[in-house]
Design a protein around this ligand. Structure first.
Ligand code: NAP
Length: 319
């Protein structure tokens, strides 16, 4: 086991790297265990046009590389691998990467969330070229186009409504005849003249050459197949927080999102903080994740300062 550090950050997306930047500048020498596939959801986004400071937009992967480089510049260290397990039951807090054990006084969990995908042929192939799971990120690329939104929950209704700002027509495809969406969201979508619905249908395939041209629909009652012309497909069937490693130790909600105290990034365990999409299923933007990463680093810094003043005591009240 290596010596106990002041801070370990788990996760390499906007929240983790922003926490690393702030912590490194505060001389906490953070170790960032960024994950084998570092970068998070922005690695499957093309142009990011809504992150302040990039008036001409920036590619998602390039932006993440810049975040990482900025944290590195101030001395953050990185391990490009996944965490295998954690033990937050005693001090120091412990984290394992394969069989290597790392320990720290504080840990920031910033492992993010992943959009659920349909798992159908060509879905991955067309990501960034007509298939997306984020209307706020990619909707503006579909001005005067026709779109399909898959899903029957609040996200699908919200995304469909949002997309009508750009698209001429949005078709919501839902696998059942009843909707999981709240009444108000459903009514709003139904009242939107640009939105139409196809129920009892699933998207079985995405068709096109260089870009999306149509979807193949299967009727879930009759099994009948039909083709629907479209310029893009927005998959809105929910997100899953990446919290399997933590749910037996950290408080979480029914969907698995970590619970933090109001106006703070503190979890139920002293010295463990959570930032970004792993604790936020409402906003889910790169800029909000970065903001909460900053909050987590400041919270960790204050916690460590209080620990220095009162070594060995529970210091949550002072943070
Ligand atoms: P959700 O409520 O879990 O809905 C997911 C939808 O996707 C369901 O209709 C589900 O169909 C469908 N689905 C799941 N897997 C599918 C698959 N493989 N193929 C086809 N369809 C599939 O997820 P969500 O809409 O992302 O909402 C998550 C939470 O955030 C909810 O609590 C929601 O209220 C909240 N939210 C709130 C707002 C708001 O108030 N502004 C906006 C967005 C989200 P079934 O119904 O058949 O299971």
């Amino acid at each position: 086991m290596s010596e106990t550090r002041e801070l370990i950050i788990i996760g390499g997306g906007p929240a983790g790297y922003t926490a690393a930047l702030y912590a490194a500048r505060a001389n906490l020498a953070p170790l960032v265990i960024e994950g084998f596939n570092w970068g998070g959801q922005l690695m499957v986004t093309t142009d990011v046009e809504n992150y302040p400071g990039y008036p001409d937009g920036i590619m998602g992967p390039e932006m993440m590389a810049e975040f990482r480089r900025q944290a590195e510049r101030f001395g953050a260290e990185f391990i490009t691998d996944d965490v295998a397990r954690v033990d937050f039951s005693e001090r120091p807090l412990r984290v394992w990467v394969e069989n290597d054990e790392y320990s720290a006084q504080t840990v920031i969990v910033a492992t993010g969330a992943t959009a659920r995908w349909l798992g159908i042929p060509r879905e991955q192939h067309f990501q960034g070229r007509g298939v997306s799971a984020c209307a706020t990120c990619d909707g503006a690329f579909f001005k005067e186009k026709e779109l399909v939104v898959v899903g029957g929950g609040d996200s699908a209704m919200e995304e469909a409504n949002f997309l009508t700002r750009y698209a001429t027509k949005v078709t919501v495809v839902h696998r059942r005849n009843e909707f999981r969406a709240s009444q108000i969201m459903l009514e709003r979508a139904r009242a939107n003249p640009k939105i139409s619905f196809i129920t009892n249908a699933v998207v079985d395939d995405i068709l096109g050459d260089a870009k999306v041209e149509a979807v193949m629909l299967r009727d879930t009652v009759t099994d009948g197949i039909s083709e629907l012309k479209t310029d893009g497909v927005f998959v809105a069937i929910g997100h899953d927080p990446t919290t399997a490693l933590f749910v037996d130790q950290l408080d979480h909600d029914a969907a698995g999102y970590l619970v933090t105290k109001p106006h703070s990034t503190e979890t139920n365990i002293d010295g463990v903080f959570a930032a970004g999409d792993v604790q936020d299923h409402t906003y889910r933007q790169a800029v909000t994740a970065a903001g909460s990463g900053c909050m987590a680093a400041l919270d960790a810094e204050r916690y460590l300062a209080a620990l220095e003043r009162h070594p060995g005591t529970a210091v949550a009240a002072e943070v």
